[in-house]
Design a protein around this ligand. Structure first.
Ligand code: 5GP
Ligand code: ZN
Length: 139
């Protein structure tokens, strides 16, 4: 398959590896948002996080957890932003599941998850409307 991250997983394309096990690889992002910005991938191809099985995503997140602790400690970071862009609407550019671990430093000028998007009108923040959304998601 002509997939950039499959090629990084197989070693066909080189990467600056941080950690690896049989199913996962963590490597430095080539365009880092902050010092130590790391991408974690499952070696098995899936297009996006939402297409992984629950079991495989649980294993992926366990691996992410370990790598994130290593980054936080060894780079003396003050915090971490951890997330995944799912599909183009969310900004995904490489269609192979990956989790970003972005070390955060006091005063780095970055925002929180809340700064990604702010598209809800006042009506959409109303409790009655939120209850409708709750039902829609749970159905
Ligand atoms: P996305 O935008 O899909 O969530 O994230 C893809 C990430 O992969 C981007 O942060 C981008 O900088 C990184 N990236 C793209 N191509 C390469 C590459 O060839 N090597 C490495 N190490 N990172 C890459
Ligand atoms: Zn792939």
């Amino acid at each position: 398959m002509d997939c950039l991250f499959c090629k990084i997983a197989s070693g066909e394309i080189p990467s600056l590896k941080i950690e690896e096990d049989g199913k996962h690889l963590a490597f430095l992002d080539i365009h880092p948002c902050s010092k130590g910005h790391t991408v974690v991938i499952p070696k098995k191809h899936s297009a996006a996080f939402a297409e992984m099985s629950e079991r495989e995503s649980a294993e992926l997140f366990a691996f992410v957890n370990g790598v994130s602790k290593q980054i936080y400690k060894n780079l003396n970071a003050d915090g971490l932003s951890i997330g995944t862009n799912v599909y183009e609407a969310a900004g995904q550019t490489v269609m192979h599941t990956h989790i970003h671990i972005i070390p955060r430093y006091n005063g780095d000028g970055g925002g929180s998850m809340h700064s990604i998007v702010s598209s809800c009108s006042a009506e959409e923040k109303d409790m009655k409307y939120l209850a409708q959304i709750q039902n829609q998601i749970r159905k």
